[in-house]
Write a protein that binds this ligand. Structure first.
Ligand code: CS2
Length: 486
């Protein structure tokens, strides 16, 4: 059998194989790479459809390259490096797809490469560190404080005490380790921009980073407080996991092979608040909005979009649905979402809006249209992960506000009840619920009746778990979800 070589990547292929498709990087290599000025922790699909996309569309993009470090999937760096950091964003609207090659990631690195991370963060040219490390990775306790007992913290503190040779394993530990190098290098201030779905995410990031530094080296902690600006952001773009079919659709439409395309909805939004002491890209050219008071925008997104997502993830799966669009087409799920939204809206507007015009009715309409985009297969299993951390942001604040206002909070309680029923169902089938508190969930589910509900609620909010009316309400609603599931 004769072997032919593709003109592109030099890969030997059989003559009998399908016609050779060039590699993306051979087809569309940009003229020059931007210098690294942004370091990202948590290289995943969302970073690539969101912050990297905004950076590509900034007017001064040529000055702002991103070095992106992987979190849970080191192979993502290898896949992307193999094509020079280039990848396709497939914008998947109701009517069809559009394709764009993004080149703002100039280096994709395995997150365990402490040497490269340290070198880049210690470089004076690095001005911004962005984070998408998942909500759970900040490891704060239910009281919002640094928790020495959180997963990986003790081991990381030991690694940090080994100084430059240490190899912390959590993203926060790795960042603290690298910031120590920046301090030592005298490279000056920079901005850390948290892009995870948490309220007050800049404060959360600062509490986690300063807390870890404080527990290791108080002098470093003081330097961080003085020199590092923690920017809060509200980030939004629905980005489901890439499938093999997506890879094929890029090949068919674009005529090249991209091993790591990202599929995202056309909608995107980025609201930021905070200082950038060493500069930043002109993200506003790409539509990012800078505000003084971010809280109302954060809450609107976290409660309405993410809250509905979590409600659909648990109630929808119990009712036999697989995707957001499928679950929303179920009148029972839609009614639960609308009930929750009514409560959330009441707590978003008025004084809580701090003067911001949130246009909640239009936002709700738009969300329904986004969720109904059936061409985006957003799987409920993906959204259901790490429920305890997510529900603390998505359900607890609304339920707490409702109780404080003397109301039942049945809409928000239903989200918690769906999670409770989901946990009971999963553990009953011998499955582990994927959650940083999976041990606590298992222990709670081993109890029965109201005790079980109270123990699960305590994982989300101790005060709510002490409110008998809430326990009774959640218990009743969870029973309803369980029966629907059966
Ligand atoms: C989702 C989010 O998985 C989840 O928890 O709610 O990833 C959601 O799709 C994004 O925040 C949309 O911007």
């Amino acid at each position: 059998m004769t072997i032919a070589r593709t003109a592109d990547a030099g890969t030997p292929v059989s003559e009998a194989a399908a016609p050779a498709v060039p590699q993306l990087s051979r087809t569309l290599r940009p003229a020059a790479k931007a210098p690294v000025r942004i370091v990202h922790l948590g290289l995943g699909a969302f970073h690539r459809s969101h912050q990297a996309w905004y950076t590509q569309h900034a007017g001064d993009a040529a000055q702002w390259g991103i070095a992106a470090f992987t979190g849970r999937r080191p192979d993502a760096a290898e896949a992307l490096s193999g094509q020079d950091g280039l990848y396709t964003v497939v914008e998947r609207g109701d009517a069809g797809d559009t394709f764009e090659v993004v080149s703002s990631i100039v280096e994709a690195v395995d997150g365990a490469d402490a040497g490269r991370l340290t070198a880049l963060i210690a470089a004076a040219g690095t001005a911004v560190v962005t984070l998408t490390i998942t909500e759970a990775a900040y490891g704060l306790g239910a009281d919002g404080q640094f928790d020495r007992k959180a997963q990986g913290v003790a081991a990381d503190l030991q690694e940090l005490s080994a100084g430059t040779d240490g190899r912390p394993a959590t993203p926060v530990g790795r960042l603290v380790h690298a910031l120590a190098a920046r301090k030592a290098a005298g490279a000056g201030p920079l901005a850390v921009v948290c892009c995870d779905n948490l309220s007050n995410n800049g404060t959360v990031a600062s509490t986690a980073v300063v807390g870890m530094a404080e527990a290791w080296n108080p002098e470093l902690a003081a330097w961080i407080v003085e020199n590092i600006s923690f920017v809060s952001t509200s980030v939004d773009r629905i980005t489901p996991r890439t499938t093999d079919a997506d890879v094929e659709s890029v090949k068919a439409a674009c005529g090249y092979f991209d091993n790591s395309p990202v599929v995202a909805e056309p909608f995107r939004n980025w609201v930021l608040s905070g200082d950038f002491p060493a500069g930043r890209p002109r993200w506003e050219d790409a539509g990012a909005v800078f505000v003084d008071d971010i809280e109302p925008y954060e809450n609107r997104k976290l409660w309405l979009l993410n809250g509905a997502h979590s409600l659909l993830a648990y109630a929808g799966q119990l009712r036999g649905h697989a995707t957001v669009a499928e679950a929303l087409a179920d009148p029972v799920c839609l009614a639960a979402v609308e009930r929750f939204w009514n409560e959330a809206e009441a707590n978003l507007t008025g004084a809580a809006a701090h003067g911001a015009d949130l246009q909640v009715p239009a936002y709700r309409e738009q969300l329904l249209a986004r969720f109904r985009n059936a061409r985006i297969a957003h799987h409920l299993t993906q959204i259901a992960l790490d429920g305890s951390t997510k529900l603390r942001m998505r359900a607890v604040p609304v339920l707490t506000a409702e109780r404080d206002g003397g109301r039942s909070g049945a809409g928000a309680a239903a989200m918690i009840a769906a999670w409770v029923a989901f946990c009971i169902d999963a553990t009953g089938r011998g499955r582990t619920v994927q959650d940083p508190l999976s041990d606590g969930i298992e222990a709670a589910c081993a109890l029965a009746g109201a005790d079980r509900v109270r123990a699960l609620l305590a994982l989300l909010s101790v005060p709510l778990s002490q409110d008998d009316a809430v326990v009774e309400l959640v218990d009743g609603l969870a029973g309803g979800f369980a029966r629907q599931g059966a």
